[in-house]
Design a protein around this ligand. Structure first.
Ligand code: SPV
Ligand code: MG
Length: 556
């Protein structure tokens, strides 16, 4: 009796898909591959535990709504196969029909299959365009030598040394008899086929079992018991068959289920009776790996700002705006249909910052935007920015952006700030003079830096902030200002801790209430902290008076 080949492949752990298929063909026990016709059914086959997938020509054609007569082009089939291979880890044995032509077509087919991660192909000894073997009688067979040439050409073209080429013998189905079937199997084996698929359309397995006996294990034997399905599988095992192909049952199951579901929904004009019987939408999400995408999004799509909290200091009234801020704090003034603060929060949100705390004081009830945390500085009338920041000290427990509540800036400024390397980085506008600030009319926070802006944004040499002082403050020792502090600071987690500690120290010393943000920066500098400068040239504004307000309305 024929025994299943027990080749060298059984002793090592197969790795590639082609190695896995080779192993399935050569190992001592009977192996099974199950039909799939697209990525989803391929996943189902894998999930069920099969060793491999039979990419059935009949099923792939029918799934595309066409006949098993090479109506789908070979490249259209290749597209389906690519989805199936991408969706699974188990090997795919492709039904390559006749090889889509002569030896030359087989060469290109095998090369492309290897490139798409397909483990093996089965080609049948018929003529292109083929007809399904279960249709009609006495289909013409290929010339034996011509078909052997197709096999040789295929084996010579494989780019993967373990790729498996199975030769399918149609002699029994076409009525040419057992001797011809054996003669062809022998010739195809000699031409280099890795296995022989002996096909039958009889309702019993007699001719298959006779063939196996005569073949006597000269090469792995593959069968498709679609018509002789009643034969117990043990008979194939005993006959030394290597691989059983369950050839079309997923397509048929899908057809039955789809018909029944459509019929019922049509009839009942309702989903209630089918709902419990079909796979849930959640199951679809699961099988296509939706959770992996969510994890990848968290990894690759998370905007930089996602790691940063933000504290906006918006407690002051903005008295220079006179009656305009009688009812509203200035951060809520309308800038072309939206409060300034909402525009600021939108810019921050778009930069990935979603944890935003706003310190309110003057007319606090007017600050009621969505998606912000509000923190109240009840004593706003008697204190300043440092005290407001101290009200939000709990939020200084990780990387953080500090912003004045009356500024607007272009998104790239925030992006560059988040990218800056310093533990504490302050944004300084190098164009404060040239921009025509009415320095005499209003107070500007002037920054003195370790060197002026060179005009080179790619300059990687850090620039340090030496001091910030207000216009009008004259102190020859401070030095020439390099720009204007715009009221935007980035703190790393370490920087946030430093600021938090300094706020606590100022509170202990009783100087918190009189300290504004520039003075806080100066204290940090005085105690040896390095504050990095991020130079910008315009593209931001603050709203201190009606002129600024007009400018802001023009800008947005
Ligand atoms: C297929 O599944 O397309 C096959 C097997 O070739 S059979 O339909 O049995 O010919
Ligand atoms: Mg087929």
């Amino acid at each position: 009796m024929a025994t299943k080949l027990d080749g060298a492949a059984s002793s090592h752990v197969p790795r590639s898909k082609a190695q896995k298929l080779k192993h399935a063909l050569l190992k001592a026990d009977l192996a099974f591959v199950m039909e799939a016709h697209n990525g989803l059914s391929a996943k189902v086959v894998e999930e069920a535990g099969f060793e491999g997938i039979w990419a059935s020509g009949l099923a792939m054609s029918a799934a595309l709504g066409v006949r098993d007569n090479n109506e789908a082009s070979w490249t259209q089939v290749l597209e389906q196969l690519e989805f199936m291979a991408d969706a699974t880890q188990i090997p795919i044995l492709v039904d390559g029909d006749t090889g889509y032509g002569n030896f030359n077509n087989v060469r290109r087919l095998v090369k492309k299959l290897c490139q798409r991660g397909i483990a093996g192909v089965c080609i049948e000894d018929k003529l292109f365009p083929k007809t399904n073997s279960f249709i009609g009688e006495g289909q013409p067979l290929a010339d034996i030598d011509e078909f052997a040439g197709r096999i040789k050409a295929g084996k010579d073209s494989q780019e993967d040394a373990d790729f498996q080429l199975i030769a399918r013998v149609e002699a029994l189905i076409s009525g040419w008899g057992m001797d011809e079937a054996l003669r062809r199997a022998e010739a195809y084996h000699a031409a280099g086929a890795d296995g022989i698929l002996i096909h039958s359309k009889k309702a019993d397995a007699d001719e298959i079992l006779t063939f196996s006996r005569e073949w006597a294990g000269r090469a792995p034997l593959v069968i498709v018991p679609t018509m002789y399905y009643a034969t117990p599988t043990g008979a194939f095992r005993d006959a030394g068959v290597s691989l059983v192909i369950w050839a079309n049952h997923n397509l048929r199951a899908a057809l039955s289920a789809m018909r029944e579901t459509s019929r019922r929904i049509m009839e009942e004009q309702s989903l209630t009776s089918v709902e419990g019987e079909v796979a849930s939408v959640k199951e679809i999400f699961q099988i296509v790996g939706q959770s992996e995408l969510a994890a990848a999004e968290a990894r690759y799509l998370k905007p930089k700002g996602g790691d940063f909290k933000c504290i906006i200091l918006a407690a002051s009234r903005g008295s220079a705006l006179g009656p305009l801020t009688e009812r509203l704090p200035k951060c809520m003034l309308d800038i072309r249909g939206q409060p300034l603060l909402r525009r600021l929060v939108t810019t921050l949100n778009e930069g990935g910052l979603s944890d935003i705390s706003v310190v309110r004081g003057y007319r606090k009830e007017m600050i009621d935007l969505a998606n912000i945390r509000v923190i109240d500085n009840e004593a706003f009338a008697a204190n300043g920015e440092a005290a407001s920041l101290e009200c939000a000290a709990e939020q200084l427990d990780g990387a953080c952006v500090l912003s004045y509540g009356d500024i607007l800036f272009r998104p790239y400024i925030l992006e560059n700030l988040l990218d800056s390397s310093g533990d504490i980085t302050a944004v300084i506008d190098a164009r404060w003079r040239g921009a025509g600030h009415r320095a005499a009319e209003r107070t500007v926070d002037l920054a003195v830096c370790s060197r002026p802006f060179t005009g080179d944004y790619l300059d990687e040499e850090p620039v340090w902030l030496n001091a910030v002082h207000s216009t009008g403050e004259t102190d020859a020792e401070i030095g020439e200002p390099s720009g204007e502090f715009i009221g935007l600071i980035k703190l790393s987690a370490a920087g946030a801790l430093t600021v938090r500690q300094e706020l606590a120290t100022m509170k202990r010393e009783g100087v918190l209430d009189e300290t504004d943000l520039p003075a806080l920066l100066n204290r940090l500098i005085a105690r040896g902290e390095q504050i990095e400068t991020l130079y910008v040239t315009g593209h931001w504004l603050d709203v201190d008076d009606v002129f600024d307000l007009a400018k802001a309305r023009n800008l947005v």
